[in-house]
Design a protein around this ligand. Structure first.
Ligand code: PAF
Length: 282
């Protein structure tokens, strides 16, 4: 596996593959890889001739400097995991390599940036869009793979690619869970054993909501039921519960009739976890 620390190196590597007529799939990550990332890599391998990954803890998408500092990092372990999975090249730039010191340009999806997680974490999706558009431009990959767990992120990236005519095919890959149902995340390692157990309430609440969604509820009623369900777990500090149109993230008026996405965000200790599920009562 080739390790590229500069933009030029990864761009030349991708171009060399493409010159041979091969398609290149990109898996963007912030490192500290887990099985969820490996599923993205496996999906990329099944859908592209060559696979590259990026590892970059992107400072511009963190509102809180403490959260950025606390983000776990282990490059050697990440390289070993990617190599074992048959990744062809990894791009791991420094912050200085990635961002020009006088940078002025950002990318923003106007409406999606203001709702849900965008409203809770101002600037987050602007940071994500900007770095992901840079990764697309730098690498020139043909395809890119993102987890459905970050549902709003996936929608934001697909919208950006559509609006800016970026020549890359974006694929969403279903959430991977631990055997007990906790959605995999690099943040899980920061949970205390008690909070790790308490965090199972999120997946349980999603299963409950999926069942209840088909029973003629309105979105507001369902959100209230989910809040009451999660309140049973005193260690969960609920940040948000949203039942929205699965395609647009707009609010749903009246009874739930078509696909909705149920989005949860909760803190366990100082660790913010998110989870989601699409329910389709139609
Ligand atoms: O989902 C992530 O890990 C990050 O938001 C991404 C897409 C790699 C951009 O930094």
């Amino acid at each position: 596996m080739k390790i590229c620390r500069t933009k030029k190196d990864i761009r030349d590597t991708v171009r060399a593959f493409q010159a041979e007529g091969l398609t290149v799939g990109l898996v963007p990550t912030m490192g500290y890889l887990h099985d969820g990332h490996m599923t993205l890599v496996r999906t990329a391998k099944a859908n592209a001739d060559r696979v590259i990954a990026s590892i970059f803890v992107n400072p511009t998408q963190f509102g809180d400097a403490a959260d950025l500092d606390a983000y776990p990092r282990d490059e050697a372990r990440d390289f070993a995991l990617l190599e074992a999975e048959g990744v062809d090249a990894v791009f791991c730039p420094s912050v200085e390599e990635m961002y020009h010191p006088q940078k002025q340009t950002t990318v923003l999806t106007e409406d999606l940036d203001k709702v849900l997680m965008g409203a809770l974490r101002p600037g987050h999706f602007k940071g994500v869009c900007t770095v992901v558009s840079k990764l697309f431009n730098i690498t020139g990959a043909d395809k890119a793979f993102f987890g459905e767990k970050d549902y709003q992120q996936l929608l934001v990236i697909k919208t950006m690619v559509r609006d800016l005519d970026i020549p890359v095919e974006v694929t969403g890959v279903p959430t991977v869970r631990e055997v007990d149902g906790l959605a995999m995340s690099s943040r899980n390692v920061r949970l205390t054993p008690e909070d790790r157990k308490a965090a199972l309430i999120l997946n349980k609440a999603l299963a409950y909501a999926d069942y209840e969604a088909s029973d003629g509820r309105t979105a507001v009623e369902l959100e209230e039921q989910i809040r009451a369900f999660i309140a049973r777990e005193p260690r969960a500090q609920l940040e948000s519960v949203d039942v929205r149109d699965a395609a647009t993230l707009e609010t749903v008026d009246g009874k739930i009739a078509g696909p909705v996405v149920i989005l949860l965000a909760a803190r366990f200790g100082d660790v913010l976890l998110i989870d989601q599920r699409v329910a389709d009562p139609s």
